[in-house]
Design a protein around this ligand. Structure first.
Ligand code: PMP
Length: 362
């Protein structure tokens, strides 16, 4: 039977991102663990989302709204787009795979940054697609000319991640439009903006502006980061109605559960939670920058809720050393950066504890 497994699966290894707290507790027998590994919101979930879930518990016997009517209408108003431009997934992970399922025949290509989020390659590999990786610059900056040059007549999707995971670097407004003008309009450009709500840079390219100008762009957003609902799995794309019309055909009817839908609506309007989350992040960012400077470590200025930093030591060993001190971070080795780590910006006390553990471990 195994000879009938699709050949594209032979290259895939199961991957569990971000070591779970429970694993570390079990393996090392330590408590009081802090996880700064998966770019979650350290300020926690929105209270209004929690209340909305409480109030929806009596509805658990019903299937969720497969048309996602309320959430779509709230998102449409929030972004000033029409509802037929929205498609919601069980996390933006699922939306990435929707795009690859919709557009890729075996041998077709996607173009992605390197290093970047691993799901693009995963989803394309599942469809027996090829992933063309375009290296970012020395400071992990984007040069979109390199992306335009990587496009071939087999390219179906260009995935741009801005701000990029794991580097925190972003695409500038003027660069994005020039790139879109240069490449064929037959190629879909997906801009993964999972960290959009953290961006402070004034020249950041808002994918939505380019979509509204008529380019074949799909913007992706998520409730897992600033909105603090990673456990519930809600991500979405905003793109042209004719693209939604096809992508929607690969979606399971009840892909986003009911509690996730009501919580997302509540979190979207929880201004207090949004403000606190942004404040925690921008203050934490400065505290970590300062810590890295003190330790003489090079870091990449970030527009997200995580920082990529060159520790100058073997990141695999450092990962283990920090784990023994109850601090979970992401080892840069996974991204091909063996002396770097990626750390999520935490609460003030978490940042302090992480910096102390880092200092002791290098
Ligand atoms: N895109 C990027 C760039 C991410 O970093 C992540 C989460 N790590 C995702 C998408 C997936 O987010 P979601 O929880 O919505 O699936």
């Amino acid at each position: 039977i195994l000879k009938h497994v699709r050949p594209s699966l032979h290259d895939l290894k199961p991957y569990i991102p971000g070591k779970p707290i429970a694993d570390v507790q079990r393996e090392l027998g330590i408590d009081n663990i802090i996880k700064l590994a998966s770019n979650e919101n350290p300020a926690g979930p929105s209270k209004r989302a929690q209340e909305a879930i409480q109030q929806s518990l009596f509805d658990l016997h019903r299937y969720p709204d497969g048309g996602q009517v309320v959430l779509k209408s709230e998102l449409a108003a929030y972004h000033n787009v029409s509802e037929d431009m929205l498609l919601i997934g069980n996390g933006s992970d699922e939306v990435i795979s929707f795009f690859c399922t919709t557009f890729l025949e075996p041998g077709d290509e996607i173009v992605v940054p390197s290093p970047s989020f691993s799901e693009y390659k995963f989803a394309s590999t599942l469809m027996a697609g090829r992933t063309v990786e375009v290296p970012l610059g020395e400071g992990f900056e984007y040069d979109l000319n390199d992306f335009a040059n990587a496009v071939t007549d087999r390219t179906r999707i260009v995935f741009l991640c801005s701000p990029n995971n794991p580097t925190g670097t972003y695409i500038r407004q003027s660069d994005l439009e020039a790139f879109l003008q240069r490449i064929s309009p037959e190629i879909l450009v997906v801009i993964d903006e999972a960290y959009n709500e953290y961006v402070e840079a004034p020249d950041y390219a808002q994918g939505l502006d380019l979509l509204k100008k008529g380019y074949n762009v799909a913007v992706m957003r998520t409730f897992s980061k600033l909105f603090g609902l990673a456990a519930l799995r809600v991500g979405y794309t905003i793109t042209k109605p004719e693209i939604v019309n096809y992508v929607n055909r690969v979606r399971e009817p009840f892909n986003v559960n009911h509690l996730a839908q009501v919580a997302a609506v509540a979190a979207l309007h929880d201004e207090e939670h949004i403000e606190v989350s942004r404040k925690v992040n921008s203050e934490g960012k400065q505290a970590l920058y300062e810590g890295f400077r003190r330790l003489g470590m090079k870091y990449i200025p970030t527009e997200t809720n995580f920082i990529l930093v060159d520790t100058g030591v073997d990141s695999k060993e450092l990962f283990q050393a920090l784990l023994r001190k109850g601090v979970i971070i992401r080892d840069g080795g996974f991204f091909g950066l063996p002396t770097w780590i990626r750390v999520t910006i935490g609460l003030p006390e978490e940042n302090t504890r992480f910096l102390a553990a880092l200092e002791e471990s290098v």
